[in-house]
Design a protein around this ligand. Sequence first.
Ligand code: NDP
Ligand code: 2IT
Length: 446
Amino acid sequence: MQLLKPVMDSVIARNPGQAEFHQAVEEVLETIEPVVAKHPEWMKAGIVERIVEPERQIMFRVSWVDDNGNVQVNRGFRVQFNSAIGPYKGGLRFHPSVNLSIIKFLGFEQIFKNSLTTLPIGGGKGGSDFDPKGKSDREIMAFCQSFMTELSKHIGADTDVPAGDIGVGGREIGYLYGQYKRIRNEFTGVLTGKGLGWGGSLTRTEATGYGLCYFMDEALRDHGKSFKDAITVISGSGNVAIYAAQKATELGAKVVAMSDSSGYVYDPEGIDLALMKELKEVKRARISEYVKTRTNATFTVGCRGIWTIKCDIALPCATQNEIDAESADILLKNGTWAIGEGANMPSTNEAIAKYLKAGIIFGPAKAANAGGVATSALEMSQNSMRLSWTFEEVDAKLKSIMKSIYKAASDAAEEYAGDRNNLVAGANIAGFVKVANAMYAQGVAY
Ligand code: NDP
Ligand code: 2IT
């Protein structure tokens, strides 16, 4: 990095200790240099300096009462990163690890991902360090209501539209939506991922996992490959992982391993998805329960070991930095020829450098997992029109969006990185250009 090094240095100096945010910015700045170099007017207008600074960051106290009558205090966040091409849009994450650095990395990546979807949505992210594990339904509801009591002051269908992410699914969106409505007396599309009977979109539940497979299918086809008979390992067993497993299986892959934060199951005959769904979606059980029914499968404590399983395709769908340089080396040594990121920033920058050097097919998160937010934007369109499309209609639109993202990323990679396979550069550049043009057109206070 040369031209943009001063920007990177300033991000590090002004955001001390925010390692995840630095990592996400570094990955983008390294790749957009060639296109920025061709636009001196963007440099003059401070586009890059502005894009790395959130438009607004909101942090708030969330107090609530647990089942023992004790007062609990959590921290809530909403980072409204960029609204150049549409209202802020991005998920809410409830996980004990959540802090400002994590929300900012997610919000920053969301700007480019949302731009890639071709739909008019800006970038934002939010969440809390609240841990939903082991909480009763009433506790989840109380927390969601308290969280929304503050958040409702800052969001709106044309301002900022949150959705789910880790720890936030249909149940939480329901409680959050109910509280928004109670406070604002408005039935609007202020959240996405809503229930199907009250404004939700068909296919939204499946969208991120399906979209990941549609994207990878396109990339594989470009290289004369496919999911057919490919041994596939998928980390996580949440919303993204489950529907990635379902679509990959439909496309002919054999998914042999999945995980949660306690460890991973290896089922050489292929993961029993109905059982996995029952355990994870209905019972909210730990993944170790899987081997009680599937006795030929094994459970191993710890998450990282999943990358030691020999596979053709790896789909990391759990969380950030789950594949480091060491795990990347193991995957490559075992002959893995494609990696598609369902999670956000699941590979460290060192791991990504190894994939690119090895020349494997690599679908970076911003492009490969954009199907979730794209379908959220389709939910917003349906809400605005006050009608709903069929599963087939939304699925067809999702598929065509993922194809167009692959085309945009590979075309930009060819044009600016001279390498059609460098989808990291391609996705960052294609996402950036649209936002940079919009920011430039909208001017700056002078
Ligand atoms: P869920 O909460 O449904 O599932 C998360 C899964 O990842 C669980 O299996 C969880 O295990 C595991 N996990 C979470 N944190 C860790 C950790 N620190 N170490 C190991 N495993 C962990 O979330 P989603 O499936 O929605 O999200 C998964 C990833 O996909 C995230 O990176 C998210 O940002 C990204 N994403 C999600 C989209 C969506 O539409 N939902 C869209 C695009 C990206 P456990 O239950 O034990 O915690
Ligand atoms: O990371 C993501 O893209 C999401 N969690 C989905 C965001 C959304 O608004 O649907």
